[in-house]
Ligand binder design. Structure first.
Ligand code: 13P
Ligand code: SF4
Length: 314
């Protein structure tokens, strides 16, 4: 089947089966274009929580599907490629994180959404990069906090809030890979370009950036800014939507350290394809399943995040 036929069949199946297709900004452009909603991790969770569809297809990685399934246990949740994992979630095994939590009693446990359901089950509040700062600031200034698993995001929040959260030592392989030297070289070639970075990037990249924010915050910034050229230090998939919203502007993907690989693309996110999306709708598989007890415990910190986000207007 060619792409047009795949899209036609996806549209047919979506209507017949009352399915909704949610896609993260790090998906390939063809998947973003066929999705009902395209957004960041927070938006995907919000849409999943509010949908009336019977089937939710999450074009993203496994933990995003899990979050949707935890929020909607009676619905069918599909991810086109079930092996689409996340190096950041993998950097935080639940057993080790539980030991870290046990070794620091009396702390509020805040976990980034990029975690397994088992980690969420031992978490007090889930956050995404869009709401992490505000949710941390909603706690009393002297509240002892554990933050996991992303040390770069944790360090960034500590630096802008003055908190001293205890951090889990995890990271995302995509955001860790950006080359400071190559970004500085690009900037000297295009001195008028603004450097924008996701807070999962390392501190030296954050330090030279003109703006730091979540995927959707970066996107909104490029729309609002009068600048015409941006060096984008996050997964390059988001450039598809940036270019769509600002066709007159130029977006340069920040280069990774290793110039022989496309390391600014998340290999897990890119496992999903239009063909796998069609097949998963056709077969209603592969499905995300979360055991009942884990789901029952993991839903509380996710709902807390959704409540706080809506109270904070996010
Ligand atoms: P956001 O969608 O919250 O910006 O997170 C980025 C990310 O790495 C998702 O996996
Ligand atoms: Fe995980 Fe990083 Fe890929 Fe996001 S970009 S899904 S954090 S590996």
């Amino acid at each position: 089947m060619n792409n047009n036929e795949l899209i036609e069949n996806i549209n047919k199946l979506r209507t017949e089966k009352n399915a909704v297709i949610l896609a993260h900004y790090y998906q390939t452009g063809d998947i973003q274009d066929v999705a009902d909603y395209v957004g960041d991790s927070l938006a995907l969770a919000q849409w999943a929580a509010g949908t009336k569809a019977d089937i939710i297809v999450v074009c993203g990685v496994h933990f995003m599907g899990e979050t949707a399934k935890i929020l909607c246990p009676s619905k069918t949740v599909l991810v086109p490629d079930i092996s689409a994992g996340c190096s950041l979630a993998d950097s935080c095994p639940a057993v080790e994180f539980a030991a870290f939590v046990a070794a620091n009693p009396g702390h509020t446990v805040i976990s980034y959404v990029n975690t397994t359901a088992a980690v969420k089950a031992i978490t007090d509040i889930v956050v995404t990069s869009t709401n992490a700062r505000q949710i941390v600031e909603s706690l009393p200034p002297d509240a002892p906090i554990i933050f996991g698993p992303d040390r770069n995001l944790g360090n960034y929040i500590n630096s802008i809030t003055g908190r001293k959260m205890k951090l889990w030592d995890g990271a995302c392989h995509v955001h860790e890979q950006f080359s400071l030297e190559k970004i500085i070289a690009l900037k000297s070639l295009h001195p008028e370009a603004l450097i924008i970075a996701h807070p999962e990037c390392k501190q030296p990249i954050i330090n030279i950036s003109d703006y730091v924010g979540s995927t959707s915050a970066l996107l909104n910034y490029t729309v609002a800014s009068p600048a015409l050229r941006f060096i984008v230090a996050t997964e390059s998939g988001v450039i598809h939507e940036m270019q769509k919203r600002s066709p007159q502007k130029e977006f340069i993907p920040a280069p990774p350290n290793d110039s022989t690989c496309a390391c600014n693309e998340c290999s897990f996110m890119r496992l999903n394809t239009l063909e796998k999306l069609y097949k998963c709708l056709r077969d209603e598989a592969p499905r995300i399943e979360v055991d009942e007890e884990t789901g029952r415990r993991a839903i509380r910190p996710i709902e807390r995040m959704l409540e706080l986000s809506s109270r904070l207007g996010l």
